[in-house]
Design a protein around this ligand. Structure first.
Ligand code: AMP
Length: 174
């Protein structure tokens, strides 16, 4: 089986979680298998192509799992984008719309320097609101986003459309 197919076969669909009508893509069977986890990290790292990545930015919380391991593989730094109120230093913030209400994410204002080459990583692209807020933060800090990379993309939700003209990669698309 091709690498991506082994990941696809292990991913678990959980219907009606966290609420009716949502099919939750459960990554824990991939995380719990040493070989599959390593494959997922390698394929995500490959989305950087040959670019010399300065920092891998991960989105709270499942994005951290992948982004930190990808950073290690690329010998890059790791930067967290967190839900509001978690980061201790001075921050920039961006809000985005959820089904009910708003959410806010933050980054430390000195986490990325202008012109640094960034790989932005999250586990899953759905409607794109979360990733779009993360991209706005990185744009504010004048980062050079090499790729916005996801393990999983739910293409039917058209989240890509919210990410402007940045290069977007996903390991598995549905
Ligand atoms: P969105 O802002 O709609 O693109 O949602 C993306 C975030 O919500 C990601 O960080 C995912 O962790 C989570 N998410 C959204 N939909 C799903 C799903 N069907 N299965 C698993 N996680 C999801």
């Amino acid at each position: 089986m091709a690498d991506a197919d082994t990941l696809r076969a292990a991913l678990r669909d959980v219907p009606d979680f966290p609420k009716p009508g949502i099919i939750f893509k459960d990554i824990t069977p991939i995380l719990g298998d040493g070989e599959l986890f390593q494959t997922s990290i390698r394929l995500l790292a490959e989305t950087a192509s040959d670019a010399a990545i300065d920092k891998v930015v991960g989105i709270d919380a499942r994005g951290f799992i992948f982004a930190a391991a990808v950073a290690d593989r690329l010998k890059a730094g790791f930067v967290p984008i967190r839900k509001k109120g978690k980061l201790p230093w001075k921050t920039r913030e961006a809000s985005y719309t959820l089904e009910y209400g708003e959410a806010v994410v933050e980054i430390h204002q000195d986490a990325v320097n202008p012109g640094e080459k960034i790989l932005l990583v999250d586990d899953l692209l759905a409607t794109g609101g979360t990733a779009a807020a993360a991209v706005r933060l990185l744009d504010q800090l004048e980062a050079e986003i090499v790729s916005v990379s996801f393990l999983i993309e739910l293409t039917f939700l058209e989240g890509r459309a919210k990410l402007g003209d940045h290069s977007i990669s996903s390991v598995l698309s549905y």
